[in-house]
Design a protein around this ligand. Structure first.
Ligand code: ADP
Ligand code: MG
Ligand code: ZN
Length: 476
């Protein structure tokens, strides 16, 4: 982009809360379910149906606000935002207008080697709309998503680049996900963001006219849309034109933004207090209890594991993929003498870690890393055992005995084995003595084959070397 302008961005992020039921009825929240199997008179806006607020949605919204250092309003209210769209059977959305549940927070993102604070203006509770499915014969409506609880998080116009936007979204996603409040999957629409972008001449402090960019389904698309929009707006100003507030879409095929409509103003929605629901009233105690239920932040955990166990950043990131994974590691790490080995072992299969609850007890995880650390088993066996424990939790020490998986370090067992192999392979022995050091590898390979990989490689090598160097050459 032209170096004569500065980019200014504010984000509106919508996150679907992972509650069991919808915001105002008892329909289940389930992504990917058969269309129209999770709906009722309330979420499809039938006459006479009355909403009841889901207490879990309130709890999750407050917890999200606390993760973002927001002030929690002990009293907030719900409002109707009126508009017609085919995916909105009620023709209004229940949202929060002038009294949101949380206000005034911040999130510190990495930026230019240091950190930068992004201010959060507000976080409010609202409901999702349904989904339109455009097909050959026409457009179909799936109401399963109608009424799914959402939080909308609005930042101040504090971003100056696409990199800062990405850093913010990554951190936000990690925190919300770690606290179990949402899956935050952009591809499934459980995290969606609108980018408000304007530019201004360098040195100017006034805000320019913004375009609001909709439907950005991945971090990559958000970055592309920003780059395109920066260029487009600069070109308009450079040509002496004027920008005006508008809503634009992003075409994933061309990488371009395109005009959708002039920006609607707040008064277009005729907001008014939701007459069917009372205000949301919370107590200080309730908020304090919710705060105490939040997990430690993943960045704090990672730093502690680095300092106390020497766990590297990549491994620690794999372990903080979910709260369940992090807590399973914490408990087991306290019980084993080899916490760093345990971290590496667990992080080796990140997809499995991310699945959900960890089905192996802390004691068994600790015993497994002890077996590895004591060199009773090698890392290959440890991985196999972990997979076994994942299917059926059991004591790995017993499993090693029962399955004959222990590493053989006993010289009384390995000594006769190496002699036998040397006797069977005079060729390899001769090659080694003639200076072909690689022949030792083939001897070791045989020892491994004959013990199904259980011979301790260090001890076995040592025994081979001792014999090869001690035995007189036959031909002498
Ligand atoms: P609306 O619903 O009209 O989009 P919101 O208050 O929900 O209004 O969101 C406004 C968002 O746009 C905020 O993130 C804000 O920081 C950002 N914003 C407002 N004005 C500008 C501007 N001139 N340039 C860039 N971002 C802006
Ligand atoms: Mg907006
Ligand atoms: Zn319903």
């Amino acid at each position: 982009m032209s170096t004569r302008y500065e980019t200014v961005i504010g984000l509106e992020t919508h996150i679907e809360l992972k509650t069991e039921t919808k915001a105002f009825c008892s329909c289940a929240v389930e992504f990917g379910a058969e269309p129209n199997t999770h709906c009722c008179p309330v979420c499809t806006g039938m006459p006479g149906a009355l909403p009841v607020l889901n207490a879990k949605a309130v709890e999750f919204a407050v917890k999200a606000g606390l993760l973002l250092h927001c002030r929690v309003s002990l009293r907030s209210k719900l409002d109707r935002k009126n508009y017609y769209y085919p995916d909105l059977p009620k023709a209004y959305q229940i949202s929060q207008y002038d009294q949101p549940i949380c206000t005034g927070g911040w999130l510190e993102i990495p930026s230019g080697g240091g950190t930068k604070r992004i201010r959060i203006e507000r976080l409010h509770l609202e409901e999702d709309a349904g989904k339109l499915i455009h097909g050959e014969g026409g457009t179909l409506l799936d109401c399963n998503r109608c009424g799914v609880p959402l939080i909308e998080i609005v930042t101040m116009p504090d971003f100056r680049s696409a990199e800062e936007v990405t850093a913010y979204l990554q951190l936000l996603r990690e925190r919300i996900r770690f606290a179990g409040l949402s899956d935050c999957r952009m591809n499934e629409g459980s995290l969606r963001c609108d980018v408000n972008l304007s530019i201004r001449p360098l040195g100017s402090h006034a805000l320019g006219e913004r375009a609001e960019l909709k439907n950005l389904n991945s971090f990559q698309f958000a970055a592309k849309a920003i780059a395109y929009e920066e260029r487009r707006q600069a070109a308009v100003l450079d040509a002496g034109g004027a920008l005006f507030p508008e809503t634009r879409g992003f075409d994933e095929g061309t990488g371009e933004t395109f005009p959708m409509r002039r920006k609607e103003s707040q008064s277009d929605y005729r907001f008014f207090p939701e007459p069917d629901l009372p205000p949301i009233v919370l107590t200080q105690e309730q908020v304090a209890r919710w705060a105490s239920e939040l997990p430690e932040l993943p960045d704090v955990l990672r730093e502690r594991w680095r300092a106390t166990y020497g766990v590297n950043r990549e491994t620690a990131e794999a372990l903080t993929v979910t709260r369940a994974a992090a807590e399973a590691f914490e408990r087991a790490a306290a019980l084993t003498r080899f916490p760093k080995l345990l971290a590496t072992l667990l992080a080796a299969d990140p997809a499995r870690l991310a699945e959900g609850e960890i089905p192996v007890s802390a004691e068994h995880l600790a015993a497994l890393s002890d077996l590895l650390g004591e060199k009773t088993i090698g890392s290959g066996t440890a991985k196999e055992l972990l997979a076994l424990l994942w299917k059926e939790d059991q004591d790995p020490r017993e499993a090693v005995g029962r399955l004959g998986l222990g590493k053989i370090t006993d010289r009384a067992v390995l000594e006769p084995l190496t002699r036998e192999i040397l006797a069977d392979s005079p060729r390899a022995a001769a090659d080694y003595r003639a200076g072909k050091k690689a022949a030792l590898q083939s001897l070791l390979g045989q020892a491994m084959r004959r013990t199904q990989g259980r011979a301790d490689p260090d001890v076995t090598r040592e025994l081979f070397l001792a014999s090869l160097q001690a035995e007189p050459r036959k031909e002498e």
